[in-house]
Design a protein around this ligand. Sequence first.
Ligand code: AP5
Length: 216
Amino acid sequence: MDTLRIILLGPPGAGKGTQAKSMSESLGLVHISSGDLLRDHQNRGTELGMTARDYMKKGLLVPDNLIIGMIEERIKMEDVESGYILDGFPRTVQQAQSLEKALENQGESIDKVANIVVSDQELIHRLGGRWICRQCQQPFHEINSPPQIEGKCDTCNGELYQREDDTSDAVVQRIKVFGEQTNPLIEYYSTRGTLVSIDGEGSIEQVRQSLIGAVS
Ligand code: AP5
């Protein structure tokens, strides 16, 4: 199979993490989540993690200069040879331009950008009921996709927790930040002919099918 490099674009709660996890397994791609990488830095107590935490808690973007280096380092690793799904990066035009330049230098490019469209009301409902596995990061929802055993991950039996930026104030801020700083990427990738928009309000399986169809 050819190398496939995909970006999942969409507001907080659109289902990027849910879909990237399952698509990466079925397409044999590496799932690279900028949010998960930052949370890993926080858990390890690195300087980047500590700096990022102040922004993340408030629902603000971490400065471009901190994020860009972290992702560029990740996409040069050996395990991404057959391709990857970027989840949560890029989020600003500056990040997109830096990514494009870094890929060009390696003779590579992004194949598809899938924009998952979900209404603000649905995003607030999803994030308010989200629980995440501490071990494998699998997201659940207390109503839409509850775990089989309360508080335990179906996949790895890890403990489930709620993110500190899923408070109602931080969620409203994150949706606002998406509209102001990330929405311009729709135009950016549309002019490059790589953008495809997907209705993200069907069931998890319906959205998965639409995404697989759009990127394959
Ligand atoms: P990040 O971790 O990337 O969070 P996010 O983009 O806000 O997205 P989420 O992870 O909240 O949502 P998702 O779209 O993955 O939805 P999920 O699949 O979990 O970023 C966090 C923070 O880190 C940022 O605010 C920023 O501070 C910083 N950061 C990260 N990247 C950065 C960057 N590039 N630049 C600067 N700062 C950066 O689904 C949500 C819920 O809905 C789950 O409960 C799930 O079960 C449920 N669900 C999913 N799909 C469906 C469906 N189809 N129907 C019903 N329920 C569904």
